[in-house]
Design a protein around this ligand. Structure first.
Ligand code: TXA
Ligand code: MG
Length: 344
């Protein structure tokens, strides 16, 4: 199939393709999503096929108005309402018990559904011109999520009907996923709405262990997405945890392989190997914004190993850590003075 490249002003055409049962990659403020009619099981199956995604990993349903949630969930509890009022539209996904309208293909057989109201104007326009849209990140399953139209085309050219160009995604990592289907709210995936922001709004919020730890042998993932290898470039990624001097002398002492270093602006002139700069030290919004491009860049450079700075696990740092530790397959090289603080 030929994949059409649609300019922002062609959003009407994108909606028409979706109304006819097609799949369109759409920009959101987090990453590009692979969108199709969330209420049609056949369309949803095509999304799984295009991505090569395991059928037991459920999709997020995207809406363009809070009132649309009522047809999609069985209950809309008070805490969910407070979060929706405060953080929607924006990078927050809320998991709730699903209504009968949600096809099993979307929820992968679970009795819950993930709902998100994105803030990107083109995503909103596309949804309002069509219907609620199921949309996983628009990458091939296992590779880094796309934050530009070119990333989408690198993975999806010939596999989907169209890509709607919305420029570079602002946040750069996928939405925060919080489950409100149980007694205590649990963050299953950290993102642009931080755990601190959630706790300041609704009080007690747990963080699922799989956010920073590998799943134990036989452990059931609360969010099926957590059990799959994720965000990996072809190169091996190693997280290097230490202070500035240790990090620089460690990477400068590595030889004999085609290596690249994911580093901060301040490290740039001190590192001899190929550098991929992700922003100033401590600016985890910049790190998040640049992270997936950096991982894709490592492959473009033909590297076989990438050493990366290790983010803190507070604020936006937690979202970056969650992605990069998976990209690294939990391979962390601990130098003496780790700068990282624990997660509470
Ligand atoms: O920012 C985002 O959330 C992007 C954009 C396109 O909106 N979408 C995205 O979708 O990241 P995806 O499919 O790549 O990630 C969705 C995650 C997966 O880890 C999935 O397992 C989890 O959310 N998830 C979806 N529905 C769930 C449910 N009912 N229960 C538990 N986890 C769920
Ligand atoms: Mg994804």
């Amino acid at each position: 199939m030929e994949t059409l490249l649609l300019a922002p002003e062609e959003v009407g055409r994108a909606a028409e393709i979706i109304r006819r049962g097609g799949i369109v990659a759409m920009p959101t403020e987090t990453v590009y999503g692979l969108a199709g009619n969330a209420l049609d099981g056949g369309t949803v199956k095509k999304i799984f096929e295009a991505k090569g995604r395991p059928a037991d990993n459920p999709l997020i349903v995207h809406i363009s108005d809070i009132s649309q949630i009522y047809g999609l969930v069985r209950v809309f509890p008070e805490k969910a309402k407070i979060l929706a009022e405060k953080f929607w539209p924006g990078p927050l996904t809320i998991i709730l018990p699903k209504s009968d309208k949600i096809p099993d293909e979307v929820s992968a057989g679970l009795d819950t559904v993930a709902i998100r109201y994105p803030s990107h104007p083109l995503a909103q326009k596309l949804i309002s011109l069509s219907m609620p849209l199921a949309a996983p990140s628009a990458n091939l399953s296992g590779s880094p999520s796309p934050t530009t139209m070119r990333h989408v085309m690198d993975d999806m050219n010939g596999r989907i009907d169209a890509v709607l160009d919305g420029g570079e995604c602002e946040v750069g990592v996928e939405s925060t996923v919080i489950s409100l289907a149980g007694d205590v709210p649990v963050v299953l995936r950290p993102g642009g709405i931080t755990v601190e922001m959630l706790r300041n709004t609704i009080g007690e919020v747990e963080i699922a262990s799989a956010v920073i730890n590998p799943l134990a042998e036989g452990e059931k993932a609360e969010s099926p997405g957590m059990k799959y290898k994720h965000y990996s470039p072809k190169a091996d990624v190693v997280l290097v945890d230490g202070n500035d001097e240790e990090f620089i002398s460690f990477v400068n002492s590595q030889m004999g392989q085609k290596l690249a270093v994911i580093c901060y602006e301040e490290d740039k002139d001190l590192i001899t190997a190929e550098r991929i700069v992700v922003g100033k030290k401590g600016d985890y919004s910049a790190f998040a914004h640049n992270l997936f491009s950096a991982l894709r860049r490592a492959d473009e450079l033909g590297c076989n190993i990438v050493y990366s700075r290790c983010p803190e696990t507070a604020g936006m740092g937690l979202a970056v850590y969650n992605r990069i530790v998976r990209a690294a397959g939990f391979d962390i090289h601990l130098l003496v003075n780790s700068g990282k603080e624990g997660v509470q």
